[in-house]
Design a protein around this ligand. Structure first.
Ligand SMILES: Cc1cc2nc3c(=O)[nH]c(=O)nc-3n(C[C@H](O)[C@H](O)[C@H](O)COP(=O)(O)O)c2cc1C
Length: 357
């Protein structure tokens, strides 16, 4: 099976085609420091043989924090925390890349003491000034360099899910009239500047991935072509792989694969690997997605439901995750990540039918 074959992302060789998609653990302190519980999640994933672990998104700017438990790459102690995390993962036999992000308009005032900053002042946020935009390439380069110096095997730039860089790409959020808004070329300008700065800071050999949206927030026809053009540009600038997701993924309850047509269209347009993410639960389905042209499959909620899922997949068993999105809602109040862990199976069965394990 291709699922268990080695694969490469840039200079990185992975033992199999299974990636743990970036997942915010919500297990750090309000000070943005990594906790023992956070380390334990990553140690388990690494020990169980996940090909590549993408960390939850970490912000390059503490003032653009997306929630009160997000790791801040510019906070005191970040260097030490990342080194500890990389060490734990490597000692357990795993490989990992840090997902690097900026909350943009999704950085709430309640957390940051000021409204989120986006390309434009939509959604109650404030418009970024030219000086704030000019600072971004350096901030992202600094974050990626920190991950590299800490010993991580790569970095992934978060260009999806309505966070800052995806807001620049999306015509709904980006209403600027300067050289960072308007045409697709202008909307992707800051992303290209960020990628070029990261490459310059980390060198050509450091594996660099991006996660992008398959659609814009309003499902505008033609956006996929913009994203394909973006991927081609990013490949030319040295990006090593693209993961294809979408804004509002957390409203999708159905089984996947979610964004396969867009993922395959992008794969046909570039020579770098693509990662398919969203709703993948059964090994045979993953194999089919790989057979159709994706290079890796990427999973998030299944690893929350079953941290040692790799063992089940190796036995050919399907994930027990029913995509109910409880993991998205209950972490603050229950300190349990998955409804299956709370013994809510009967209620889930009532909601989702016999598909529930
Ligand atoms: C609790 C939770 C936290 C997430 N955090 C992130 C994140 O930090 N960065 C990111 O790109 N996606 C994040 N995602 C999205 C996942 O990476 C993935 O794209 C999405 O859940 C679909 O995949 P799945 O069906 O395998 O869960 C998160 C998803 C969940 C459920």
């Amino acid at each position: 099976m291709k699922l268990w074959e080695k694969g490469t992302i840039g200079t990185l060789t992975l033992d199999n085609r299974v990636v743990r998609s970036a997942t915010n653990e919500h297990l750090t302190g309000r000070d943005g420091r990594i906790t023992a519980a956070y380390l334990e999640v990553y140690e388990t994933l690494a020990r169980s043989g996940v090909g590549l672990i993408l960390t939850g998104h970490m912000t390059v700017d503490g003032k653009g924090r997306a929630d009160e438990t997000q790791i801040c790459l510019d906070a005191p102690g970040a260097e030490e925390d990342l080194a500890r995390l990389a060490r734990v993962i490597h000692q357990a036999g795993g490989k990992a890349a840090v997902q690097i992000s900026h909350g943009g308009l999704k950085a709430p005032a309640a957390v940051n003491g000021r409204p989120g900053r986006g390309p434009s002042a939509v959604d109650g946020g404030e418009e970024m000034s030219p000086a704030e935009i000019a600072a971004l390439p350096k901030q992202f380069a600094r974050g990626a360099r920190l991950a590299q110096a800490a010993g991580f095997d790569g970095a992934q730039l978060h260009l999806a899910h309505g966070y800052l860089l995806s807001e620049f790409l999306d015509p709904y959020y980006n209403r600027r009239t300067d050289s960072y808004g308007g045409s697709a070329e202008n909307r992707r300008r800051i992303v290209e500047e960020v990628v070029a700065a990261v490459r310059a800071a980390c060198g050509p050999a450091f594996p660099l991935l991006v996660k992008i949206n398959a659609t814009d927030v309003e499902d505008t026809p033609g956006f996929l072509e913009d994203q394909i053009a973006l991927c081609r540009r990013l490949e030319a600038l040295g990006v090593d792989a693209v993961e294809v997701s979408r804004h509002g993924f957390n409203t999708l309850r159905r089984q996947g694969p979610y964004f396969l047509p867009q993922t395959l269209a992008i794969r046909r347009a570039v020579s770098i690997p693509v990662l398919a993410v969203g709703g993948l639960r059964a090994p045979e389905e993953m194999e089919s997605v790989l057979g159709q042209g994706a290079d890796f499959i990427s999973l998030s909620r299944p690893f929350i439901a079953q941290p040692e899922l790799m063992n089940d997949l190796r036995r050919g068993e399907k994930s027990k995750c029913v995509s109910c999105n409880s993991c998205y809602k209950i972490y603050r109040t229950q300190f349990k990540r998955c409804a299956l862990h709370r013994g809510e199976v009967p209620q889930l069965r009532a909601l989702f039918g016999e598909d529930t394990p």
